[in-house]
Design a protein around this ligand. Structure first.
Ligand code: C2E
Ligand code: CA
Ligand code: CA
Ligand code: CA
Length: 278
């Protein structure tokens, strides 16, 4: 929402209070950034708890703008969505992530998957499914090595527009993860009926795991319920050993978080140790 500030400057309240002028600059620079090759993907390892192995990487975009400096996605993804620039940017992200995981496989680790955040704008596009299949074909990646992350609000609000597409992608073997679970308000049983193969438990939930583990079966119940339905569970934002212990105890499939590694540039992620010391 746009709000008139004291001095007559307009601010967007819900966009980190970025002044409009700054937004206009960001938009202009964002338009050129793809052509100029200013985007980069970092990759955060996901560790499979039962084997302590890195079995996946989440791709996270970075923008190194000569004019604005290093920008985090929270500073520009929304603007990219509002201006539709997210469609070509998202396409670049998908291709780059697929190429990355191919190089990981060529290095000998041929089980790792890559997980890519997609925006609702991309999914609503009628050519999206074909585009994903085309990119898989062009990069020579089998569909089950790709996971697409969608959020609860996206799926709930646009189910009639994207539900079929998610179903089709799953039929082809692409994994669909429900990102940020726990931030929204839908019931878990409702969410688990959506076309998803993976549940990512938001870090706000992981943070609530207390030091005294006896008191807190909630996250454990979520894990069990999802797994009973054949859905893989990934815990996000794992920073502490008490959280790791808890997640192991409740047999969470995978963890992702600073405890093991922050998101890494491609060349470092590719050569990253294959076995976690957790
Ligand atoms: P997300 O998908 O929930 O990604 C997880 C965020 O948590 C990342 O922030 C990651 O760096 C951060 N993180 C990872 N481990 C920890 C931890 O242990 N503790 C804490 N406090 N944070 C941790 P990042 O990279 O700044 O990305 C922010 C958001 O931007 C993402 O949230 C995602 O919604 C969006 N985003 C990132 N890349 C893309 C992209 O390529 N396309 C789209 N559409 N959105 C993207
Ligand atoms: Ca994500
Ligand atoms: Ca998330
Ligand atoms: Ca998110």
């Amino acid at each position: 929402a746009k709000k008139q500030g004291k001095n007559g400057f307009a601010f967007y309240e819900d966009s980190l209070s970025v002044p409009v002028q700054h937004r206009a600059d960001t938009e202009r620079l964002l338009r050129q950034a793809l052509d100029k090759g200013e985007f980069e993907l970092h990759y955060q390892p996901q560790i499979h708890l039962a084997t302590s192995r890195v079995t996946g990487f989440e791709a996270l975009i970075r923008w190194n703008s000569p004019e604005l400096g290093q920008m985090s996605p929270d500073q520009f993804i929304r603007i990219a969505e509002e201006t539709q620039l997210i469609v070509p940017i998202g396409d670049w992200v998908l291709r780059t992530a697929c190429e990355f995981i191919r190089t990981v496989h060529q290095k000998g680790d041929n089980a790792a998957i890559v997980s890519v955040n997609v925006s609702v704008m991309q999914l609503i596009d009628n050519r999206f499914v074909e585009r994903v299949l085309e990119l898989l074909n062009e990069t020579g990646l089998e569909p089950h090595y790709l996971e697409l992350e969608v959020t609860e609000s996206m799926v709930i609000e646009s189910l009639d527009l994207i539900g079929d597409k998610l179903d089709r992608l799953i039929e082809y073997g692409v994994n669909i993860a429900l990102d940020d679970f726990g931030r929204g308000f839908s019931s878990l049983s409702h969410l688990l009926k959506l076309p998803i193969t993976t549940l990512k438990i938001d870090k706000s939930f992981i943070e609530q795991i207390p030091d005294n583990q006896e008191d807190q079966p909630l996250t454990g119940l979520i894990i069990r319920l999802a797994k009973d339905m054949g859905i893989k569970v990934v815990a996000e934002g794992v920073e502490k050993y008490v959280q790791l212990d808890y997640l192991k105890k409740y047999e969470c499939d995978c963890i992702q978080g600073y405890l093991f590694s922050e998101p890494l540039p491609a060349i470092i992620a590719r050569d990253w140790i294959k076995t976690a010391s957790l």
